[in-house]
Design a protein around this ligand. Sequence first.
Ligand SMILES: O=P(O)(O)OP(=O)(O)OP(=O)(O)OC[C@H]1O[C@@H](n2cnc3c(O)ncnc32)[C@H](O)[C@@H]1O
Length: 187
Amino acid sequence: MNKMIVVVGSENKAKIRATQMGFDLAFKEKCEVTVVGVKANSLVSDQPMSDSECIVGAINRAKEALSKCPDAEYGIGMEGGVHNIKEPIDRWYECGWIAVVKKGEPDSNVGVASTARFELPPKVIYEIVENKKELAQIMDELTNKSDVRSNEGAMGIYTNSILHRDHIYSHGLIFALSRFISPKELW
Ligand SMILES: O=P(O)(O)OP(=O)(O)OP(=O)(O)OC[C@H]1O[C@@H](n2cnc3c(O)ncnc32)[C@H](O)[C@@H]1O
């Protein structure tokens, strides 16, 4: 079987697991995929507050990751963040945005998609907006756990452990891979 290296711009274990899960599904029976995680700068704020900011962060991470790992076929960037939907109900949501950069392809051919999103309660948003805390710290404090972000994630906490961060990010990654894995004539 062919071998393929994929690099993800993060050392967060949930993101590395998500990348392995997504590529194993997308390339099953075609490639044996090895995923490596490297530090990569999002160049956006530590706690992104909009979809646009997350997309920029995800693309920056994907590009930097690929530049650090020349043997990789794909560079992946994953950026979590919150966003406010004002109408028809004023609610805040969290999701991850995923960027896929394929080696040798122009910038215009980056794959970008998001995970499913879930609602964050007002008390969490208050801590982010008024007290400038990051979601990761708030989740650990609320749950008395450590490193929720690398494990089940806020997604796991708020779904009573039904949907975990790695699983949900792997679906977002498969959507971001769609332009590379679906028939060319569909694009
Ligand atoms: O090491 P990196 O790759 O930066 O991983 P991260 O978990 O810090 O993730 P992001 O930068 O993508 O997320 C931005 C902020 O939101 C937090 N965050 C995002 N999703 C989360 C989740 O599911 N559970 C807990 N914190 C989360 C995260 O820890 C940061 O404070």
